[in-house]
Design a protein around this ligand. Sequence first.
Ligand SMILES: [Zn+2]
Length: 79
Amino acid sequence: MAFFNVKVTLTQESIFDVEIEAADSEDAELVAKTAVWEDDYTDDIRNTLEITDEAYDAEEICDDCSELIDNCECEEEKL
Ligand SMILES: [Zn+2]
């Protein structure tokens, strides 16, 4: 057994509808965009979130120096 650093990369998609009162469609889109970035839709986003792609990349960590094996400068004498 050994320790690994696993980088988890998730591509997520969230599709939902909101009703917005605005002057025109461009204004409505801008209001929606602003609300997204101001975290006003966090519940909608969380409730509709789907993982569309995922990647896992594990790299072994050296027991002696705690660096990733690729960066490790210890002697290569592992079993
Ligand atoms: Zn090392």
